[in-house]
Write a protein that binds this ligand. Structure first.
Ligand SMILES: C[S@@+](CC[C@H](N)C(=O)[O-])C[C@H]1O[C@@H](n2cnc3c(N)ncnc32)[C@H](O)[C@@H]1O
Length: 333
């Protein structure tokens, strides 16, 4: 039954389409709905009356929980204002796991605190059965010197060579800003955001559903990570853009046996449990404290950068800091 949906972007109203799906059938349900902020979509008018918007959201949220497997997770991305309403619905039918704050500054609006984060609600269908993997990301560093931004004091010997476990505040992924890197869509998400979520909550071959597919960021991330995707989208033009991107996409985001997330030639998200396998691909200093001065680098003979860059037709600048390369790294390259 679920097979007919797999690896398809289906045109139509997501609420109608969700109703046709079987219970307990997807591993991750991720939604990035219209924010009701009058965004200029190609065909959708992003302006419902308050109660109309909230009632509509409650319907698709309920469907997403119904469709998630008992081990599955539900993620909803939106501005904090709407998430406060969503939690009221979700708390009745699913288990709260996290409110992830994605640091993404927007333009000043006047007479208000400047909105500087989006929220991503993370719920489990059943927290006791939830599939969940701890994630690591690269150490944050100072822009000029490339030193660790955080002072680990006397604990530097205990540093993880790659980077810390991710918290519920994500500061290292940028929104897609420049028009030349964007699809013709007002709200395209960076692919690395979706890759991180997918790595955190699913395994190879699992099913990732996005009822508001847009130009297919979730589908593309799922494909790169060896997962199945299902996307729903109202607009034909966005579906056409997605299909073209999917056709061209042949990068498998893997290092050795492990699925990971790259930005160009840097690894930006990995699963903690995979580190034992992944560390062989890095030059790791014998004195771990030197990680304070420079990041560990991938061995040059693994051939990632070319294959990945070639396939990286999204070209979004998703990572906040392009770190200065130390002299030693430059020499190694
Ligand atoms: C915020 S955007 C999603 C962007 C997407 N995450 C991406 O990275 O491309 C919301 C999308 O939902 C679509 N949409 C709006 N109402 C819908 C509905 N009832 N069913 C399916 N799609 C809908 C819009 O056309 C728009 O592309």
């Amino acid at each position: 039954m679920i097979e007919r949906y797999l690896n398809n972007i289906i045109q139509g109203d997501c609420l109608e389409l969700l109703k046709t799906m079987p219970d307990n059938s997807v591993d991750v349900a991720f939604a990035d709905p219209p924010f009701n902020l009058k965004k200029s979509y190609n065909s959708y008018t992003d302006l419902l009356k308050l109660q109309e918007y909230l009632d509509w959201c409650e319907h698709w949220i309920t469907e997403m929980v119904r469709i998630a497997k008992p081990t599955g997770s539900i993620f909803v991305h939106n501005i904090p204002k709407w998430l406060t309403f969503y939690t009221a619905s979700l708390n009745k039918i699913a288990d709260f796991k996290h409110w992830i704050s994605w640091d993404a500054p927007t333009a000043p609006m006047g007479k208000t605190l400047q909105p500087s984060h989006y929220g991503i609600l993370f719920y489990a269908k059943d927290v006791k059965q939830l599939k969940f993997y701890e994630i690591r990301y690269p150490h944050k560093r100072t822009r000029k010197e490339g030193l660790l931004a955080k002072d680990y004091g006397g604990k530097k010997k205990l540093l993880h060579p790659f980077g810390p476990l991710i918290s519920d505040v994500w500061t290292d992924i940028h929104r897609v800003k420049h028009n030349k890197y964007r699809d013709k869509h007002p709200c395209q998400l960076p692919i690395h955001l979706l890759e991180r979520i997918i790595l955190m909550a699913s395994d190879e071959g699992d099913i990732i559903l996005d009822p508001f597919s847009g130009t297919g960021t979730t589908a593309l991330a799922a494909k790169r990570l060896g997962r199945n995707f299902i996307g729903f989208e109202l607009d034909d033009k966005y579906i056409e853009i997605t299909q073209n991107k999917l056709l061209q996409e042949n990068f498998r985001s893997k290092l050795g046996r492990c699925w990971v997330s790259f930005y160009l030639d840097k690894l930006v998200t990995l699963r903690d449990k995979d580190w034992d396998d992944l560390k062989e691909f890095y030059h790791i200093p014998s004195q771990i404290e030197t990680v304070d001065l420079m990041p560990i680098v991938l061995k040059s003979d693994i051939g990632i950068s070319t294959s990945h860059k070639k396939c990286d037709h999204n070209r979004e600048e998703a990572i906040q800091e392009e770190l200065p390369l130390s002299k030693r790294q430059k020499d190694e390259k």
